[in-house]
Design a protein around this ligand. Sequence first.
Ligand SMILES: [Zn+2]
Length: 389
Amino acid sequence: MTTTLITGIGSLVTNDPAHGTGPLGLLTDAAVVLEDDRIAWVGAADRAPAADTVHDAAGRAALPGFVDSHAHLVFAGDRTAEFNARMSGRSYSAGGIRTTVAATRAASDAELDAGVARLVREALRQGTTTVECKSGYGLTVEDEARALRIAARHTPETTYLGAHVVAPEYADDPAGYVDLVTGPMLDACAPHARWVDVFCERGAFDGDQARAVLAAGVRRGLVPRVHANQLGHGPGVQLAVELGAASADHCTHLDDADVAALAASDTVATLLPGAEFSTRARYPDARRLLDAGATVALSTDCNPGSSFTSSMPFCIAVAVREMGMTPDEAVHAATAGGARALRRTDVGAVTPGARADLVLLDAPSHVHLAYRPGVPLVSAVWRGGVLHG
Ligand SMILES: [Zn+2]
């Protein structure tokens, strides 16, 4: 057993109101004791117990590691030209996914694995200690199963997204593709996945198709989450709530009934401002969801087409500036909100028994994540008790 005392924390976000003020459970002049991969103690620095090693935070702010509950990291290829063209005036359509599908199918296992590892490291440097990872760029039985096997080497939060877009081979037979996704592809993928997801959107899968995909996944023990209401209003959010999905993701185009349904449910509204940023689209209205009482998570949607950022601090800054969130709400959504979206109780909070995931900022307050956008403020990260940085 090894214990580490992190003391001299000027301002600590615990996300546990038992420890401090407000929903963030904010403590000043705080200390945290890590014991192996768990948090053992949280409290006032002048009352901290002794430990094997001591780390002086010198007045810096600390918060739980970010929980990025929506990312697409298993892919190959480059879509710089598409982004460049779009920023020169062309609008986004779901068809761009097929470019990445071709490159991903052509890539070796080692190339795909190295790509995931690089992005997980990149995210870790920016404070992300838990990341979800979807398939969805293979779209064959073998390529989807391969993507999930590779993802599972890097995170337990693996999501089967065979229903990302209709595979090019099935362009004239979308019903046949849904049969594949709910049949042989699901059989091959379910052993490597925790979640099932579907892109419920015009140009991808309609409400009936999405329901079939999610129901088939549930029968195999997977838990649903849904790409819902991103590009326009559709049935995705209502379907997510009806099926008890852990999360409805994007939630950009909502009517009053969608907001009410989310607020009355355990389905988290996961907002992905990187996608709107990178497609020059309208941002989701986080204020409306929060005021209605919905639980909101913030995530990166890291993917090569519509949101190639791995930065949770970036998402926090945009959410505060463009989506009506307070800095406290955005930090909560990027930590505790993400944990809720992944139905995890061991991450997203700094409290005894939680995993030892902690971020130290070169700043006196978590508010600086929005106040100083684009500045690399993360000075140290503990993930499972291991110090990085
Ligand atoms: Zn996505």
